[in-house]
Design a protein around this ligand. Sequence first.
Ligand code: KG4
Ligand code: ZN
Length: 341
Amino acid sequence: MLILGIESSCDETAASVVKDHREVLSNVIASQVEEHKLYGGVVPEIASRRHCENILWVVQKALDDANVTLSDLDGIAVTYAPGLIGALLVGVNFAKGLALAANKPLVPVHHIAGHIAANYIAHPDLKPPYLCLIVSGGHSHIAEVLSYTEFRVIGRTRDDAAGECFDKCARAMGFPYPGGVHIDKASKLGDPKAFTLPRPKIAGNEYDFSFSGLKTAVINMLHNAKQKGEEINCNDLSASIQDTISSIVTEHCLNAAKHFGYNKIAVAGGVSANSGVRTAMENMCSKNGFSLYMPPLSLCGDNAAMIACAGSYNFDKGIRSGSSLNAYATMNLEENVPFDA
Ligand code: KG4
Ligand code: ZN
């Protein structure tokens, strides 16, 4: 089975061909990060325009690299939600046109289900059910992966996502966008116990997250130091931020795994590239006898191989959409839009 995946939910235009669910035949990514860096974050209109310019050659290259033609495909999978609406619409409309022209089924994919599927590509032995921590620039979830296509969210962020918190703290320290990776690098030279940062307890659901208090504490600390003419050691502050975020997400996963009875845990999303998160999860899982699955760094961030992989499982399940498929800026992972087949 050959599935073409198309991803355009944020600032990466990506296309990939995946064979038999997990074998990646091509994986093309046109990143816009250098342009958005000039503005300190993603500018939605620029993102949409770049997707428009790049999508055709990115998809063509994915087909060429895989040495397949449109007629060889079994289906065309596309990210329809969640993300920047103008960015998603480019991918969705392109995929619709392509599906119509090639007379192939159109398969909608939820972006977070895509991140979860990145681990299937990397780990041939990984099968549901398991618990998954999804931490990215836009999302922070703990979900039960009940099957390849069914999820139950048991914790989510009440405000900022983990990646957003990394990026905003990094920006306040003067690091370029996206700052998560710069905090990761600076952390290696700093003392993780130098600063005590807030670790909020969330009323109502102990598996939910809240990162905005941590972000505000960091911004205030930097602001106050500047006013007093004091220097803050950004390596120490980076290490403290990373240590705090890593220990919060790891503790929530441990509690959720114990409560819901999972001994298999996966991590996904851009922040799964963070060395502090990876080490904390490794230590926690080895201490508790859990098996841990994390994507290689190349599959942590946005890519279309994960969309094609998730799409191929949706395809198996008979999930299709017709010409009225829309894009959605927000969409619960557990819900599916009423797809017209
Ligand atoms: O999954 P992703 O590419 O996009 C979304 O779906 O949001 O995640 C991007 C996020 C950004 O916030 C970025 O700073 C963060 O992942 N990130 C990291 C690292 N690498 C990427 N955060 C911390 N440490 C890293 N090494
Ligand atoms: Zn993503």
